[in-house]
Design a protein. Sequence first.
Length: 297
Amino acid sequence: MKKIFTFIAVALFATASLAQENFRIRIHKNDGTVSGFMLSDVDSLTFAKKPVIPKQSFTITLGEVTPVKATYTITPSSNDFEYYHFLVSQESYDLIEAQYGSFYDHDRAWWTAMTEYGGGMSWQDYMKQLVTTGEKTFESSSIIANLKPNSRYCIYTYAIDTKTAKPTTEITELWFDTPKVGASANELDIVSVTPETNAFVVNVTATNNDPYVVTFQTNESFKDLVSRLGSEEAAVDKMIDTQTGYGGYGAMVHQGSKAVRLENLKADKEYVVFVFGYEYGARTTAYRKYISTTLPE
């Protein structure tokens, strides 16, 4: 600051008193370059403060969270810039850091992969379809169909210049945990399994209307799973976790006591039939199993 005022004082004095002399002013810039002009050409000196561009920032606010879904709102500090956001599990977060080092590099790789499905667009064009502006509320299901209960997730966002395809802010993150699924008081039992050539009719009793699943697996596959995981309990939970990841049990979910028909089985094949409480993608009761063999053709 002292240098500026000294320069102004000297320059004004020189302009007023020495205008007739052949003086030349040289300005030495921070980048090492020098520019100059004749003092006699100077009429006056003014200084303008360079406008400061407001720093872009975000606030992420968590809304309703269930064991399988969440809502959240992203509020940018200004509506004038575009931003991208995503949602990942703790496991995915750790993998991205280990493999890519940054979320932008991961996102760019994913955008590139998406363009390989056709359409002839570049990853930059694909990215432009995913950015947004202004305050928005999002549903986790738009990114992950079903979250896992009792699990940790990270929402992240950053501003991006769609002309240069470069991020213009640091990553803003918000971590949250999905709640556990409560246990059901439903007492389930398999009364009987009636085999047919390609089906079973399973008679189930239930003490309340909480949802439950009736499903099956070949006895051979189930034994292999138990051998790999060390217990039947772990094998059943792994089977549930895998099916939930593929969208859940759909029509295999029932309520109340009833006879349930399981179809599309192979003839003369040994199966394990399972019944267990199921809600929000998790088992809510003890499981019941019944081993039976379909009739030969």
